[in-house]
Design a protein around this ligand. Structure first.
Ligand code: AMP
Ligand code: ZN
Length: 138
């Protein structure tokens, strides 16, 4: 359940110190060393999963319940104006640490966090075709 040489396994299990804002038997929540905005934090399961594809269903559901609780606590503490949850899977999607984690990003009016994308265009026919492709794979 642990992976050799995984930095987030070591942080989650307390072998490497971190700015911890929450801990229980299954999770540690730490402040990100390279914050997008003040209070940017990461939910780390103590067990190793490379990414969302590998994540245990029970851990997946408890991660979102914890994210909801942390968003409330952090919003009260930091007086932020909004909140993003971000979760990257694969290098192309921006994942740099290959131990599943969920980013908790408080947002402030006028902050410099840059999490958006440029909207593309898709016709209803294209969307219908893509929807069929996905549903066929279920
Ligand atoms: P991702 O790009 O989604 O894989 O996110 C990895 C995040 O981990 C980045 O936001 C990094 O700033 C953060 N990070 C990497 N190493 C550490 C560390 N030792 N302590 C805290 N945050 C870290
Ligand atoms: Zn790990």
């Amino acid at each position: 359940m642990r992976k050799e040489d995984c930095i987030f396994c070591k942080i989650a299990n307390g072998e490497i110190p971190s700015a911890t804002i929450y801990e229980d038997g299954d999770f540690r929540v730490i402040l990100d060393l390279g914050p997008a905005a003040k209070g940017h934090a990461l939910i780390l399961p103590k067990h190793h999963f490379d990414n969302l594809y590998d994540l245990d269903d029970e851990v997946a559901s408890r991660t979102l319940v914890l994210a909801k609780k942390m968003a409330g606590t952090m919003t009260r503490a930091l007086k932020c104006d909004g909140f993003n949850l971000v979760q990257n899977n694969g290098t192309v999607a921006g994942q740099t640490v290959f131990h599943f984690h969920l980013h908790l990003i408080p947002r402030y009016e006028g902050d410099k966090a840059n999490l958006g994308w440029t909207p593309g265009k898709a016709s209803p026919e294209e969307l219908a075709k893509i929807a069929e492709e996905i549903k066929r794979a279920e």
